[in-house]
Design a protein around this ligand. Structure first.
Ligand code: NI
Length: 176
């Protein structure tokens, strides 16, 4: 396994639409996913999409740690998960601001409007189906990572730029 170099905002790979993975069970995809999980843990981060490690393919990894869950029954702790060739459906009209960071935009956080409830699907490196109907942090991180596959970074979703700052200052101020 290896820790991969993360592309930072400004790199063109982050702005392109990623291509579908032709064989999710291929050994090179399994290796990429393992390396992405190691890179996400090392950072540390809650999610990482393939374009962020300079691979323009439609897959991402994520995890939901217990301190991040909202308490909703559809928002539970999840270990490292790979989602290959995801399909995302935004459900309802409950849109809430969600504080987000991104490993490609180090040191910063912003409140980004996201759907509270989504449905998504995809497969893992064994070709098994993953996903479901989820809410809260789980729903937010999937929307963030899915956006990466379409070349969208969270500042492109922002509506209130007063809710944007350095993690260090936002923490000191008690905002996050
Ligand atoms: Ni990101």
């Amino acid at each position: 396994m290896a820790i991969l170099k993360i592309a930072r905002m400004g790199h063109p790979v982050l702005l392109q639409r990623a291509e579908p993975v032709s064989d999710p069970t291929a050994p090179e995809i399994r290796r990429l996913v393992a390396d992405m999980m190691e890179t996400m843990e090392d950072a540390p981060g809650a999610g990482l999409a393939a374009p962020q490690v300079h691979v323009p393919l439609r897959l991402f990894v994520f995890r939901v740690r217990s301190e991040r869950t909202s308490g909703d029954t559809e928002d539970f702790t999840i270990g490292n998960t790979a989602v290959i060739n995801p399909v995302l459906e935004l459900l309802g009209d409950d849109i809430r601001p969600r504080w987000e960071g991104c490993l490609s935009i180090p040191g910063l956080r912003a409140a980004v409007p996201r759907h509270w409830r989504i449905r998504y699907s995809g497969v893992d490196t064994e070709g098994r189906p993953v996903g479901g109907e989820v809410t809260g942090f789980h729903a937010g991180v999937v929307q963030h990572e899915y956006d990466h596959l379409d070349g969208i970074l969270y500042p492109m979703r922002m509506q209130d730029f007063s809710q944007f700052g350095f993690i260090e200052e936002l923490t000191r101020a008690g905002t996050i």
